[in-house]
Every structure is written in C-alpha cells, then in structure tokens.
Write a protein that binds this ligand. Structure first.
Ligand code: SAH
Length: 258
C-alpha cells in the first residue's frame, strides 16, 4: 500500500468519524463557485482587459527590446551604417498613424470618462480572446524572425555596411514576415481593447505596410540586383507563395523596373 493510499484512508476515516464528508464537499463546491463568479465578474470589467493589454505589450517589448537593444550590444561593435532611406510618400502618413495609435492607447489605458464613447458597446468577449491568441502566437514568431534577420534588422529602411541578403528560415518563403507578424500583432492587440479608435488606427497601419514593403523592395533590389530579383520570384510578399499568378508577376516586373 502506498503512502498516498494510507493518507487517503486515514483522512476518510477521520471524515467519517466526524460525519463531515458532505459539509466539506459542499464548502469545496461553494469555494469553486465563488472563484468562478469572481473571475467572470473581473473579466467583464474593462480593467481586466487593460491589464491583459499591458501584459501582452510587455511580452512584445521584451522580445523586441532584446533584439533591438541588448543583442546588438553583446555582438561585435556595429560598423557604420549607410544612410537611412525615407519611406517616401507614406512617411508622413506612417508618423501620423503611429502617433494616433499610441495616443489612443494611452487614453484607453487612462480610462478617461470623455474617451468612453470610443468603446464599442456589446463587443463579444470571444473576439477579444481571438486577439489574445493571435498576439500570443505572434510573439515566438517575432523572436524567430529577429533571430534569422540578425544585424540586418533596422527599424527603418537601411542597408548596413556588411549587409547580407537573408533567405533562410521565415525568409525562405516570405519576403516580409516581420510585417506580417506586426500586422497580426496590431490587429490582435486592438481587438483585445474593443476600442473603436485603436482598431481604426490598427487598420490604417496595416494598410500602410504594403507601401513600406514596396519601398524596401526597391532599396534591396538596388543593393542586391539579380540576387533579390530571383529571390522575389520564389517568395511571396507577406505570405508564402502558393501558386504564381499573373498579378504577382506583373507586380514584381513593375518593382524590378523602377
Ligand atoms: N521587411 C522585413 C524586414 C523588416 S526590418 C520583414 O518584414 O521581415 C527592415 C530592414 O530589414 C530593412 O532596413 C532591410 O534592409 C532589411 N531587410 C529586409 N529584408 C531583408 C532580407 N531578405 N535580407 C536582409 N535584409 C533585409
């Protein structure tokens, strides 16, 4: 007989002796019910989602911060970088959308009464949790992408002195996996908030990614020429290429000839 069996037998014997099997079970059931009620009540409160939102952002910044600030410091000192390329016509729009997005996030977190109109009434809880799942799936993907891109990464469009073309890992089939993941992240986070303004800014940001990607491809084509042209033929822009269609081909030609 195992120790666990002895303990079980002993406590059952004591319970039977005291005649309190039913009451102790009742207490347990009551405690569970109260806990469930507390969790449900907290979940219905926007504060819970604000805390969840901040926690998810913190996870994102840990990964992003590590690859952007900590890892480069641990590596060899970076050689001088070539000049940053502007985002072109989308530059002002990108700055406005980023500012607007962060502004509305701060107002949402501050829970100001005059900002309450931006909360969507009757917003389904399941949509918030879909957002959470998308963000949680995105974070390890972001780490993988950063690891693969290594020192080639830059928050803006830039060719570094010893820049090499990355075509492995997530880059083997997709040219802009980071933008795909950031799209999922922005949308997922906005869905968690149920805030109309944050969702609108996330959509605007998503609309701008193709412009940035196009500009980036022009820059990489200038730098790597035929190597990048070949790479474009076998990869998709934001998702793996399933089949070559005429639209993709004509897009590649138009960028290649710019
Ligand atoms: N657009 C990519 C990378 C974003 S980081 C993505 O979404 O995954 C932006 C920098 O990455 C740019 O300055 C560019 O120089 C660099 N870059 C983009 N694709 C690259 C590749 N395949 N190989 C090397 N560097 C790349």
């Amino acid at each position: 007989m195992s120790v666990a069996d002895v303990v079980k037998q002993d406590s059952r014997a004591r319970d039977e002796e005291d005649g309190n099997i039913a009451p102790s079970t009742n207490y347990l059931v009551a405690a569970c019910l109260v806990s469930v009620q507390v969790v449900v009540a907290t979940m219905a409160d926007e504060t819970f989602y604000r805390i969840l939102f901040v926690s998810l952002y913190a996870l994102f910044f840990i990964v992003r911060g590590y690859y952007r600030f900590v890892k480069p410091k641990l590596a060899e000192p970076e050689k001088a970088e070539k000049e940053r390329k502007p985002f072109g016509k989308a530059e002002a729009a990108i700055s406005c959308v980023i500012l607007g997005s962060f502004g509305s996030i701060i107002l949402y977190l501050l829970d100001l009464p005059w900002f309450a109109w931006t909360q969507i009434p009757g917003y389904p809880e399941t949509v918030r949790w879909v957002g959470v799942l998308v963000v949680l799936a995105d974070i390890p993907l972001l780490a993988w992408i950063h690891r693969t891109l290594g020192k080639q990464y830059s928050p803006c469009l830039r060719i570094k002195e010893s820049h090499s073309l990355i075509t492995s890992g997530p880059y083997a089939r997709v040219r802009h996996p980071m933008y795909t993941v950031l799209t999922g992240f922005s949308l997922g986070m906005s869905l968690v908030t149920a805030n109309l303004l944050i969702i609108c800014f996330a959509i605007m940001l998503i609309i701008l990614f193709p412009f940035v990607a196009r500009k980036e491809e022009q820059m990489l084509l200038q730098e790597f020429g035929d190597e990048y042209r070949e790479y474009m033929k076998r990869t998709g822009r934001f998702f793996p290429k399933v089949s070559r269609n005429k639209k993709d081909e004509s897009q590649e030609h138009s960028i290649g000839s710019e």
